[in-house]
Design a protein around this ligand. Structure first.
Ligand SMILES: Cc1cc2nc3c(=O)[nH]c(=O)nc-3n(C[C@H](O)[C@H](O)[C@H](O)COP(=O)(O)OP(=O)(O)OC[C@H]3O[C@@H](n4cnc5c(N)ncnc54)[C@H](O)[C@@H]3O)c2cc1C
Length: 409
């Protein structure tokens, strides 16, 4: 098969690039090895798709700890406002929620992927089910791709294969192989926005506990700095911790070694130590003859109580009217400053996003074209750039796709 533009990967970036290229008058083929395109897009935002963040470019970059500066050019030419205008032009109504997160009014990610796929088809894009196995490169320029089913010749090839996370959606790291074949450096790929493993058995003991409004502070004991502090939702699991707050925190953990990172959970962020002390005294005064291990039911979720009781060092059978001031202060410290030591991150397959990828200094920031092989572009998650949660990662996919597509002459 022969075409102007060959896009490898029909995910968020690939499909946006296909639509924009076809609208600019190019003949476009998308190679997608999964049965249907946009499988990952369909599970974004818990099936609701946090399509972008309603903020300015500076804020997107501030939320992109790796590759943000490189992305300035692309993000300036396709801003979150442009993303919203694009999807609205396809008939998708959008709404902005807490933290400027933008979702379709329908709360259905399928509406976003459906609109993209329809727009591509209407613009004449051919979506072909095949897997790109290797690039055809001659004289320093890309000529096409060898697929499982045959050869595809093109003037330009865009690698939009995504990363390594959630491989069942088709993101199996094929783009890195193609990049290496072209001579590109691929930086180490690990998970980001990923659940965190903890030492000890306490998380397992509280497994299944989901907390809505708790505080989390992460300290780097090597630099002696607080690297993350926020409030939100978290979940105790058999290996450690998950949930939105923990996924966000994970983006700040590097070169994890024993003793480096400490998570401190505040189970009662709305009460300071004094108020919590008063609250405990009040609760205890209503049940003076109750055993300590049976006294915290009004204050804490049931599954964390045995863990807190053990940590406090107070005898579980002690009557609450016999608990000393010193013991009460220890209990308060456990509830407001529950510490856990980080063992490591869960595997990249369980991550929301891949940290690492095609080295950005080998790509043009304006066109995402390779500096090593002409006519070859890399867009979306395959490049070494990743952001925090909030719609920023999809914004990177849209913006890099647009930058590449608008560079084709
Ligand atoms: C559970 C989850 C929730 C998320 N929620 C959000 C969210 O709400 N907001 C947000 O901004 N980001 C979110 N993300 C991140 C977001 O999904 C990614 O940033 C985005 O999908 C990256 O787009 P992409 O096109 O680069 O890669 P992908 O979407 O992964 O697409 C890559 C495509 O390439 C195909 N492919 C791979 N190799 C080959 C090959 N050799 N030949 C042919 N085809 C190939 C794959 O099948 C796939 O379809 C979420 C991620 C996950 C896992």
């Amino acid at each position: 098969m022969k075409t102007d533009i060959l896009i490898i990967g029909g995910g968020a970036a690939g499909m946006m690039c296909a639509v924009q290229s076809a609208w600019a008058g190019h003949e476009v083929i998308v190679l997608e090895h999964e049965k249907k395109p946009c499988q990952k897009l369909n599970i974004t935002g818990k099936g609701r798709c946090n399509v972008t963040n309603n903020c300015d470019v500076r804020t997107v970059i501030a939320n992109t700890p790796r590759g943000g500066k490189f992305l300035y050019s692309a993000l300036s030419r396709f801003t979150p406002e442009d993303t919203m205008a694009f999807f609205e032009s396809l008939g998708i109504e959008l709404k902005t929620e807490r933290g400027n997160r933008v979702f379709p009014v329908s709360d259905k990610a399928f509406d976003i992927s459906g609109a993209l796929i329809n727009a591509a088809k209407e613009a004449g894009v051919r979506i072909v089910r095949d897997e790109a196995r290797s690039l055809i490169i001659e004289g320093g320029a890309v000529r096409g791709v060898y697929g499982r089913e045959g050869e595809y010749l093109a003037q330009r090839v865009v690698v939009a294969c995504g990363g390594l996370s959630y491989p069942k959606t088709g993101s199996t790291g094929g783009g890195y192989k193609l990049a290496r074949q072209a001579g590109h450096t691929v930086t180490e790929c690990v998970g980001s926005l990923v659940p965190v493993e903890m030492y000890g058995s306490e998380c397992r003991e509280a497994m299944g506990l989901s907390l809505k409004n708790c505080g989390l502070t992460v300290r780097d004991n090597v630099s002696e700095k607080t690297v993350f502090s926020d409030m939100g939702e978290m979940l105790f699991t058999h290996f450690g911790m998950s949930g939105p707050l923990v996924l966000s925190a994970s983006a700040h953990l590097h070169d994890i070694e024993k003793g480096r990172y400490t998570f401190t959970i505040d189970f009662k962020p709305a009460l300071d130590e004094k108020k919590l002390g008063e609250r405990i005294l009040r609760d205890f005064s209503e049940i003076p003859n109750r055993d300590f291990d049976n006294s915290l039911g009004r204050l804490l979720p049931a599954s964390i109580i045995p863990v807190i009781v053990k940590r406090s060092g107070i005898s579980p059978a002690k009557k609450v009217n016999q608990i000393t001031r010193e013991e009460r202060l220890r209990l308060i410290a456990c509830i407001k400053g529950f510490t856990l030591e980080v063992r490591g991150l869960r595997p990249v397959e369980e991550a929301i996003i891949t940290r690492g990828g095609v080295a950005t200094d080998e790509l043009s920031p304006k066109t995402l074209e390779s500096k090593l092989v002409s006519g070859l572009h890399f867009i979306g998650e395959v490049i070494d750039a990743d952001a925090y949660t909030g719609g920023f990662n999809l914004q990177i996919a849209w913006a890099t796709a647009y930058a590449a597509a608008t560079s084709f002459t």
